[in-house]
Design a protein around this ligand. Structure first.
Ligand code: SF4
Length: 461
């Protein structure tokens, strides 16, 4: 017999247990197990007034935000609707069936207000990393570093050439992003060359482009990842600029050492991190093995001798060319000694042009120059060490380990849908990247825990 629903929805009293309706293998159950917000209220006390109407509970704010970042719900309006309708989200946010969900405009106002001014998201992120360490997910032996470009919330047509005289709005009409940018400009000098265009909506975003693609305004999210289980041990928001990205690596390694007392034995990265100063910092200052390809432009493709064919003699401070002649940085003594260091932090070594002129190897050495010159980096010792490391089996393993960061960026953009920022300004980018990295670490811990405790396969979420 065909059944038929009664359709009666007018009962006043229900016996309903929300907890019983959230599946045991729901991702949020695992996340809830590892989320500790006990210090949040204390951390935020200074940012709340003692009088006036009660605000949204900060724990509810953070739990709702985590739901949004864990499940790729980017719109605040939609997040409020989803928390209202979804029983598992309600359970995670500690809301009863009849409890009201904050209005999306109140939610935004709180998020963009006091949460932006305090360091609560960093504290939350570091608490979660600490829990990952306690759970044994962080090995601490090898870290991988990489950066990924995320589009800023700035129209690419609303920009001005950075060399032009910019007319900023009057102070009382300036947006938060513009205020932050101008304050940062007053506080410190910008790093690297100025960008081609400046966004009037979010001036801290950098005008950037991948080869062959149209340019846009963007920030970079920088991940420092422990390669044992792919836990993000630190994250930093920078402009999409290589110099800032390498500087962020130093900041993150120092911060992890300070907060969690972990310094890796090896750092894995791509060529962007293989510059002389960076390798010197890793090898000499920190004692970290660089599993990074050396930034090297000395290789030649025109069949002439490359630098590796010249022998370096440390004691004599000279190179020996394939013809057995010396290349020195100084061929005669000056009354006032000269530093000989170029703007690129190199010292130029060259052979005697009179000898080169008669050398039979000249066509293969310096066919278009009177003598052969070699620019030796001041950081050549660390560069040579990095080249030695690149010959080892451990380095070959590191090349595979590096993919763990790329997987996290793919997950960030495709699953968590963070391919474009919603908040503006450097602080907005920082908050978004911290929350996304926190969500990724919580998801990782939850999945590991569920894989070890559940006999049934985990439901796709
Ligand atoms: S050209 Fe000069 S530097 Fe080159 S091999 Fe001959 S002597 Fe040496």
């Amino acid at each position: 017999m065909m059944g038929q629903q009664s359709g009666a929805q007018d009962r006043l009293f229900y016996s309903f247990n929300l907890d019983a309706h959230v599946p045991a293998d729901h991702l949020l159950r695992g996340i809830d197990r590892f989320l500790d917000l006990s210090d949040l209220r204390q951390h935020l006390t200074a940012f709340y007034s003692h009088t006036g109407r009660p605000s949204i509970d900060p724990e509810l704010m953070v739990r709702m935000l985590l739901v949004g970042y864990c499940f790729g719900i980017r719109s605040e309006r939609r997040l409020c609707e989803e928390v209202h309708l979804n029983l598992a989200y309600r359970w995670f946010c500690r809301l009863g069936l009849e409890d009201g969900v904050p209005d999306h405009s109140t939610f935004s106002k709180n998020r963009h207000g006091r949460f932006r001014d305090c360091d609560a998201f960093r504290q939350l992120f570091e608490t979660v990393v600490e829990r990952c360490i306690t759970e044994g997910l962080v090995g601490g032996e090898g870290f991988a570093i990489d950066a990924s470009i995320i589009r800023a919330d700035a129209n690419r047509r609303r920009g001005t050439p950075s060399t032009a005289q910019v007319e900023w709005p009057a102070p009382e009409q300036r947006t938060r992003a513009v205020r932050e940018y101008l304050e940062a400009l007053d506080a410190s000098e910008p790093v690297g060359a100025p960008p081609k265009y400046l966004s009037m909506t979010d001036p801290a975003a950098r005008w950037t482009a991948a080869p062959g693609c149209p340019a846009f305004y963007a920030y970079s999210t920088n991940y420092l990842v422990d390669v044992k289980s792919g836990v993000i041990v630190d994250v930093e928001a920078t402009a999409a600029h290589r110099t800032e990205e390498t500087e962020a690596t130093k900041t993150m390694i120092d911060r992890v050492a300070e907060r969690h007392e972990i310094t890796p034995q090896r750092l894995i990265g791509d060529t962007a991190y293989g510059t002389g100063p960076m390798l010197e910092w890793l090898v000499e200052d920190k004692g970290i093995e660089p599993h990074v390809p050396v930034w090297d432009k000395s290789k030649r493709s025109d069949d002439t001798f490359s630098v590796s064919e010249f022998q370096w003699n440390e004691q004599a401070n000279e190179y020996r060319c394939p013809g057995g002649e010396a290349l020195r940085n100084e061929w005669r003594k000056f009354k006032n000694p000269r530093s000989r260091v170029t703007q690129d932090s190199t010292v130029i070594y060259h052979a005697d042009p009179r000898i080169c002129a008669q050398c039979p190897l000249k066509p293969r050495c310096c066919p278009n120059m009177p003598t052969r010159k070699i620019a030796r980096s001041l950081y050549e010792k660390s560069r040579a060490f990095a080249r030695q490391v690149a010959e080892t089996a451990a380095y070959r393993q590191s090349r595979k380990d590096r993919k763990k960061v790329e997987v996290l960026f793919a997950h960030l953009k495709r699953i968590l849908k963070l391919d474009r920022l919603r908040l503006r300004g450097r602080r907005g980018a920082r908050d978004e990247f911290l929350l996304a990295a926190t969500a990724q670490n919580l998801r990782r811990m939850a999945r590991k825990w569920m894989q070890t405790t559940m006999t049934e396969p985990i439901a796709a979420t």
